[in-house]
Structures are given as C-alpha cells and as structure tokens.
Ligand binder design. Structure first.
Ligand code: B12
Length: 423
C-alpha cells in the first residue's frame, strides 16, 4: 500500500512538471535551431542571431566565437561596401555594435570610409546626426524609426552619450504617432523605441525634458499592451518577441506577459520561427532577457553545453497536386496585369514567381538580400525604391502577408496582389 502511495505521489509530481520542462525543451529546441543556422555559409552572418545566442543561458562558445569572427570580417566588410555606395548603415551598424558588446568584445574597431579610419561608435553618432537632420526637414529618418531606435540603443548600451536633440526626435515621433510599418502602427518599432528610451532612463543619460521621456515610455507601454490580440500575440507572430522584450525592459513582470509567452510557445511548436532572423528576436524574450541586458553582460564563467544536434530529417511528403494562383501586379501608375499559374501545393511564393518568370509570360522580378531574406525589389522592370519611400506590398486575397516571399507557402488557390505602394 505504502509503495503504491509513493508511486502515485511520484507520478503526480511528474505530472505537475511538464509545464516547466516543456518550456525548457521548447527553448532549447529554438536555441539549437539558431545554433544550426550559423553553420550555413551561403548568407552573410547575421548580428541579430549572434546577439540572441549570446543572451541565452546555454552556449556553444566555440561556434559563437567562430561566428563573431565571421561578423568581424564578412559583415564588417559589407558595411564598408554600403558606405562606399553612399548608403546609410544605421541599423546594421547598431546591430553589429550590439553583437560585439554581447561577446564583451572591444568596441574600438575601425570602419574604413573615404580613405579614413573611423571608430564604429563615432561613425554611428555621425549617421544619427544625419538622421536627426532628415527628421527635422522631412519629419522622418532616411532609414526608419526602427533603425533610429536601434542606433540610440547601441550608443546607450555602449556607454556613449546620446545627444539630447537625437533622443528628442524619437520621443516626439512616439508622442505624435509617427512610427508606422507601411500604413499601420508598427509594434516592432515601438518595442525598439521603448528599449532605446528605457536605456537612456536607466543610464541617466540626459534628455531635453525628463517628463516628456516618461510620457513617451508610458505611451509605448500602453500601445504594446493594447496591441495584444485574443490569441495572445502582440501585433503579430513576428513582433511579439520584441514587444515582450520591451515590456520586460520597462519593468513589467514576466507573469504579466504569460499569454504572449504562451502564444510564442505555440508558434515554436508550429515551426513559425524557421527564419533565423525571426527566431533571433523571440529567443531573448523567452529567456526573460532584453537587449538592455547587453549593457551589463560580463561573459564570465559561461555555460558551454549547447550542442547543435543533427536536425531530424523532416519527412518529405509527396506534393498533393497543383493549386491555381493568380499573380496580380499593380504598378505605380495604377496599371494592373494578372498572370495565372498552377504551382505544386506547398510551394513558396518565391518558387511560384520563379515558375512564372521561367514560363516567359512577360513576368519578371528581382530581389535584394536583407537580414530577413529576399526582399522583392523589382517587378516587370519597375523598381519600388526605399529611397523614394516606395515598396512592393504583397497580399493574398486582400490580406497583407506577414512573411516574405521565400517564407510564405501557397497551400490553396488564391490571388496574390503585389502593389507598388508609397509609405
Ligand atoms: C521598416 C520595415 C519595413 C519597411 C522597410 C523600408 C524602410 N526603409 O523603412 C517596409 C514598409 C518597406 C517593409 C515592407 C515589408 N515588410 Co517589413 N519591416 C520593417 C521593420 C519594422 C524594420 C526593418 C529594419 O529596418 N530592420 C533593421 C535593419 C538593420 O535590418 P535589415 O534587414 O537590413 O532591414 C531591411 C530589411 O528588413 C527590409 N525589410 C523590411 N521588411 C521586410 C520584410 C521581409 C519579408 C524581408 C525579406 C525584408 C524586409 O527592409 C529593411 C530596410 O532596408 C521590421 C520589423 C522587425 N521586427 O524586424 C518589419 C518586418 C521585417 N516586415 C515584415 C513584413 C511582413 C513586410 C512585408 C512582407 C509586408 C507586406 N505584406 O508586403 C513587406 C516586404 C515585401 C517585399 N517587398 O518583399 C515582417 C517580416 C516577418 C517575416 N516573418 O518575414 C516584420 C518583422 C514586421 C512584422 N512584425 O510583421 N518593412
């Protein structure tokens, strides 16, 4: 009888545990997935992935060091290449600085620009000044407020003073509802702005008006809380991780983010974060970390137990027939053309567009690489240029896609509309 009681007590204990251990297992699976992604040599290394690996509790120090070295060479050179092309590098440079900081690396590296060597932080400060001027004249940065916030965050986390004029422009944009993604409110950018402004507050970096800073922080917090959907996501699947990070940075307790965390866990189970960039924005939140933790990172006595493990070969299911897709292209002058095509069910939109192009129906397209993957830039010889504040907006049966063309899978017949849109 006593044995029976002990056995049932043990069973009960084990039954109570799955919640915690399930969380650990999911976290570890996402962490390992991200670690595996660093072995791919086809793309440029991604500083956001490095930051996420470094903010985790479990590490593979060898792989992380190798990746850091790739960032210092390949990513560094790519930034210098952009500078030679006269492009602003605010967001990528900020992420690079945060990645170096996440490994407690010396930040006094140089960028070779215009035959001169400039410290990374000095160059970032200069670009932030340029962005600030642009906001003064055109009411928005040349890049976007997400990158502007990343810039402030990187300077702040590196212990560099941020000019009161620069921070004021972000506070003003928050208060005047100028932070958008296309036409809609941008939760990702509000989250990034929240972390940047919270960093200024924590570090006591002076701003024009303390009360205004507090008001902007309260506004952001409210917008993030209000963005919560019935399914727990804040904004969408891809902004929830950043929103949780920002709320944690603002002192909200993890328990208050319970439904959002549950939504993220559901997404991991469904494989929503197969894009390393998406996983890199979610993982820190699940480890209850935010980019603000980089400020105090010490890199001492770290765990070194994380292994990548071989990915269990996913079963390749035979294609379940063809689906009919209508690709509608709407150019900037409003001219619309429709291209019908049948594609194997489960194809990505990228594969569908390639098939269409190969059929020589008059449809052509080009993409540009970014940290998120292939960004659609040219369609039927028309470019939607970010410098002109235009982009190709993609929707399916009238609903805006929440993924890029390589990640979006076509499972049923639909009309894809790709429209040259201003923002
Ligand atoms: C600003 C922004 C835009 C701007 C970019 C231009 C600009 N200069 O402002 C505009 C409005 C054009 C845009 C468009 C789109 N975006 Co957007 N965007 C962002 C945002 C807020 C910041 C990106 C950034 O500057 N990163 C910092 C720099 C350092 O990184 P970067 O890689 O060098 O940045 C470039 C790319 O990210 C690229 N880009 C922007 N959005 C997207 C989306 C995809 C799929 C790709 C491949 C590239 C890309 O533009 C950036 C500037 O050059 C992110 C939020 C986030 N969480 O990351 C969403 C985000 C990346 N976008 C998203 C989406 C869905 C789109 C669209 C597909 C929307 C649509 N239905 O059409 C389109 C892209 C369509 C296409 N042509 O391929 C999703 C991607 C999710 C995913 N799983 O892929 C995000 C995460 C927002 C979200 N939570 O839903 N975006």
């Amino acid at each position: 009888m006593i044995t029976l009681l002990i056995v049932s007590a043990l069973l009960a204990l084990a039954a109570g545990k799955p919640c915690a251990s399930d969380h650990e297992t999911l976290l570890q699976s996402l962490n390992k997935q991200l670690l595996r992604s660093v072995d791919t040599q086809d793309n440029l290394p991604n500083p956001s992935v490095h930051i996420a690996l470094r903010l985790s509790t479990q590490h593979n120090l060898d792989k992380e060091n190798q990746y850091l070295n790739r960032l210092k060479k390949e990513f560094h050179e790519d930034i210098e290449k952009s500078l030679r092309n006269g492009e602003l590098v605010v967001g990528r440079l900020a992420l690079y600085i945060l990645a170096l900081r996440s490994s407690c690396h010396d930040l006094s590296l140089h960028l070779n620009h215009n035959e001169k060597n400039e410290f990374l932080l000095t160059h970032l400060k200069k670009e932030m000044e340029e962005e600030k001027q642009n906001i003064a004249f055109s009411h928005r940065p040349k890049t976007n407020y997400y990158q502007y916030s990343l810039g402030i965050l990187a300077l702040c986390v590196s212990g560099v003073r941020v000019s009161t004029h620069v921070s004021h422009k972000l506070i003003h944009a928050v208060e005047h509802g100028q932070i958008k993604h296309g036409e809609s409110l941008c939760i990702d950018s509000h989250a990034m702005a929240g972390m940047a402004l919270q960093c200024l507050k924590n570090e006591g970096i002076s701003v024009k008006d303390e009360a205004e800073l507090d008001k902007a922080l309260a506004t952001i917090k409210q917008k993030l809380v209000d963005s919560k959907r019935a399914d727990g996501h804040m904004g969408n699947e891809f902004s929830t991780g950043l929103a949780v990070q920002a709320l944690l940075a603002m002192g909200v307790e993890m328990e208050e983010c319970g439904t959002a965390i549950e939504a993220l866990r559901g997404d991991i189970r469904k494989g929503t974060y197969h894009n390393p960039m998406a996983a890199s924005q979610v993982l820190p939140a699940l480890y209850q970390q935010s980019y603000l933790h980089l400020k105090s990172k010490e890199c001492r006595s770290e765990d070194d137990t994380l292994t990548a493990d071989v990915e269990s070969a996913s079963e390749v299911l035979p294609s379940l027939g063809q689906v009919a897709v209508q690709v509608e292209v709407i150019k900037s002058n409003g001219e619309a053309s429709v291209f019908p095509i049948n594609v194997p069910k489960g194809s990505s939109l990228f594969e569908a567009l390639n098939l269409l192009q190969d059929k020589q129906t008059g449809f052509t397209f080009k993409t540009e690489d970014s940290l998120w993957g292939a960004f659609l830039s040219v369609l039927n010889d028309e470019q939607a240029r970010q410098t002109d504040r235009r982009y190709w907006h993609v929707s399916s049966d009238g609903t805006s896609l929440t993924q890029g063309i390589k990640d979006y899978k076509i499972d049923s017949a639909q009309r894809i509309t790709i429209k040259n849109t201003g923002y």
